[in-house]
Design a protein around this ligand. Structure first.
Ligand code: PHE
Length: 345
């Protein structure tokens, strides 16, 4: 029996040292040490031996088992290291392959202008407000001094969800929403950039959707001079230090007096060119002093508080700034157009 065990040990150690992979090694472990192995089958014989031989046999068989087991463990470490090495060699990265294109893409020109104007206004102490694009007739018109059947509604026909719900025609309803939030107590100083809608022809200069930035200031002793000073700073920051602005009288139901604001032409310095159509001036926005009715309806006492408001057309500013000749470029997502703004900001 002793000889048999020695033979098994020699054979096992040799086989194990020849194992080429972990699977094979595991099979060998099962063959030599598993439940059905020869060594295991010799175990019951121990009981049949005379007691003086039993201890020696036990030592012998355990010694064989331990040596085989140790060899398996050594071999396992060796094979694992080899396998890792093989994997590392196989999975090397070819650093000469062309990489993915991770260049930063451009911002949309409308975003660029909105951010720029927002930053200028933040610098003057304005806060940014938001309002819904799906708006009620009440906020979009009635609370802005445009009751039902008011003729000025004609200029702002829009898409109706139902009789009282529509896509907002301007960002001015955010004036009302903000005033109501302040419960008749000023001061407040906000802008609201956002998308607006109107029933309109879609051509090079018209679109049924566009962007506006609304501005509203309400405080005690606010005058038209404050409006002019504010818009003058805005114009200079947007179009250059030499720019001047001028007011032309206009009409909006929610401001009184109302003005149309022109900026002196940045291209010809006011001399007259094709961009300003020979006039030296370019129209950039509508504005005015908040109508007392609007203040009153939203809970502000017009004898205590005054305010001014303005509404900037974002596309118009972008068109002037970048010399864009068709408003539809903004919405058709043509990369040849959009990529031209990658160096902006
Ligand atoms: N809401 C006006 C429009 O869309 C613009 C405007 C805003 C005029 C604020 C005056 C004051 O035409």
């Amino acid at each position: 029996m002793k000889e048999q065990l020695e033979k098994i040990e020699i054979e096992a150690l040799e086989q194990i040292s020849l194992a080429t992979d972990l699977k094979h090694l595991n099979e060998l472990r099962v063959t030599y040490l598993g439940k059905k192995s020869t060594i295991q089958s010799l175990m019951p014989m121990m009981g049949k031996l005379p007691s003086e031989e039993r201890a020696a046999f036990g030592q012998l068989i355990n010694g064989v088992k331990t040596r085989i087991m140790t060899k398996v463990e050594e071999k396992q470490k060796e094979l694992e290291a080899l396998e890792l090495q093989r994997k590392l060699e196989k999975e090397t990265i070819d650093v000469t392959l062309p990489g993915k294109d991770f260049r930063a893409k451009s911002f949309h020109p409308i975003s660029i202008i909105v951010d720029e104007i927002t930053n200028i206004c933040l610098g003057m102490g304005y806060q940014v407000e938001e309002g819904p694009e799906v708006e009620s007739d009440y906020y979009n018109f009635e609370m802005l001094n445009l009751p039902k059947d008011h003729p000025a509604r004609e200029m702002q026909d829009t898409f109706y969800i139902n009789e009282n719900t529509l896509l907002r025609t301007h960002t001015s309803p955010v004036q009302v929403r903000t005033l109501l939030k302040h419960n008749g107590v000023g001061p407040l100083k906000i802008i609201c950039p956002g998308k607006v809608y109107r029933r309109d022809d879609d051509d090079a200069t018209h679109s049924h959707q566009f962007y506006q930035i609304e501005g509203l200031v309400v405080d005690k002793n606010v005058t038209m001079a404050d409006l002019k000073g504010t818009l003058s700073i805005l114009a200079k920051k947007m179009f250059g230090e030499k720019r001047e602005i001028k007011f032309r009288s206009s009409y909006f139901p929610f401001t009184e007096p109302s003005v149309e604001v022109d900026v002196s032409c940045y291209a010809c310095d006011g001399k007259g060119c094709s961009i300003c159509k020979g006039t030296g001036w370019i129209e950039i926005l509508g504005a005015g002093m908040v109508h007392p009715n609007v203040l009153k309806m939203s809970g502000f006492d017009p004898n205590v508080y005054q305010g001014f408001a303005f509404g900037i057309g974002v596309e118009r500013i972008a068109i002037l700034r970048y010399g864009i000749d068709d408003i539809r470029y903004f919405y058709t997502n043509d990369l040849r157009f959009l990529n031209q703004f990658s160096k902006e900001r």
